[in-house]
Design a binder for this molecule. Structure first.
Ligand code: BYC
Length: 336
């Protein structure tokens, strides 16, 4: 009510109204900043600056798109899993990713944009999804490697988002992270079985998969901090808690020991422990490749987007039937 009254005043009273309105805006902005500084969570019903809302919507919807596009490279292997146990695990993992997409779309919808609008942005190439899903899954070892490296990188990136200042996103991330750790472990377990009980050909297949997924996995954290246009503001707002480069370094440091236990070599001759930094140095990342892939020119971009658009078109009759069913039963619901 208060805001509407101020708006009316603004229209009627010209510059004086505008001044009043902007004074009110400034107060709200200051109150919002103070809440962020105090580490409070922001709920959907709370006032928030437009740019904060847009930034969240961009990140959460891209994250949701990544989950459902991320189902495709692995879905490709469900029918070819080597045992019933591995098939059941992979099926459960891919279903979890569909569920993660749903939690995230629901969190993004609280910001006032519908799921249809978000999906339209994905289907028309206006929204991004994670670069990693534009690479092909060529062998069964890719399933284990995605679990180990891709889900491992996802956990490293997503655990800090459980403390994101926007509460609906933070709540969704708590559930997602629990499931992601199962995903990472199942991948590592599949690789360990191949490395310890497999044939030479299977061990070579694992090494080949690691060679292909290592660099794309460390690109997942996004561009270097000094080339990341969104980081400073997102960190200021508590949307991002840890920078792209810091997370990438933590992931590399954690993964080196896991690779040693597994018995695979990470494909980076410059990867070595730096005593002074107490962290691993690593070789130059091919950022031109990263920008090319997120710009739409990766090995599988067309195939991935084509599969999502086809699924949307093929599912039209389900959406229409659900709406017709809801309309038919609306009078009963209204009477109840
Ligand atoms: N891929 O300023 P920056 C998963 C874009 S799901 C594509 O650093 P920001 C999983 C970025 O959007 C994995 N685009 O951006 C699922 C920005 O472009 P716009 C997804 C990327 O937002 C199923 C531009 O580059 N995880 O793991 O501050 C199975 C400049 O970057 C990428 C999430 O979405 C990328 N890798 O930071 C298994 C987590 N990196 O939007 C696993 C949530 C950057 O300005 N998201 N870009 O046009 C985040 O934490 C942050 O959005 C990012 C980027 C760290 C990804």
């Amino acid at each position: 009510m208060y805001t509407q009254a101020m708006d009316t005043m603004g229209k009627e009273a010209g510059d004086a109204g505008k001044a009043l309105r902007s004074a009110e805006e400034m107060q709200r902005q200051e109150a919002f900043d103070a809440r962020i500084d105090a580490g409070e969570f922001i709920e959907a019903k709370d006032w928030m600056p437009d740019h904060y809302r847009k930034t969240l919507l961009r990140q959460i919807s891209q994250h949701a798109h990544s989950e459902i596009v991320g189902m495709l490279p692995e879905g490709n292997w469900i029918t070819r899993a080597p045992t019933l146990k591995r098939k059941a695990i992979l099926l459960a993992k891919v279903q979890d990713e569909g569920g993660h997409g749903l939690y995230l779309y629901a969190a993004a919808e609280t910001l006032g944009t519908s799921r249809d609008q978000m999906l339209d942005a994905l289907h028309t190439g206006r929204a991004k999804y994670s670069s990693i899903f534009n690479y092909p899954t060529l062998t069964w070892a890719d399933m284990g490697t995605i679990g180990w490296l891709v889900d491992g990188a996802a956990i490293m990136n997503q655990v800090p988002i459980c403390r994101c200042s926007y509460a609906p996103y933070a709540r969704a991330m708590v559930r997602i992270c629990r499931e992601e750790s199962f995903h990472q472990r199942q991948g590592y377990d599949a690789l360990l079985t191949m490395m310890q009980q497999g044939t030479d050909a299977q061990r070579a297949m694992v090494q080949d998969a690691v060679n292909r997924w290592w660099w794309p996995s460390i690109m997942m954290f996004g561009p270097p901090d000094d080339q990341s246009p969104n980081s400073a503001q997102s960190m200021r707002w508590g949307i991002k808690r840890v920078s792209n480069d810091t997370l990438r370094q933590k992931f590399i440091d954690a993964t080196v020991e896991q690779a040693r236990v597994l018995g695979v070599t990470l494909p980076d001759p410059d990867l070595k422990w730096n005593e002074e930094r107490q962290a691993h140095d690593y070789g130059a990342i091919d950022w031109a490749e990263f920008w090319r892939v997120i710009g739409g020119d990766g090995p599988c971009n067309e195939e991935r987007l084509g599969a999502r658009v086809k699924a949307w078109d093929d599912g039209a009759w389900v959406r229409e039937a659900a709406l017709a069913h809801a309309a038919k039963h609306a009078p009963e619901r209204a009477a109840a």
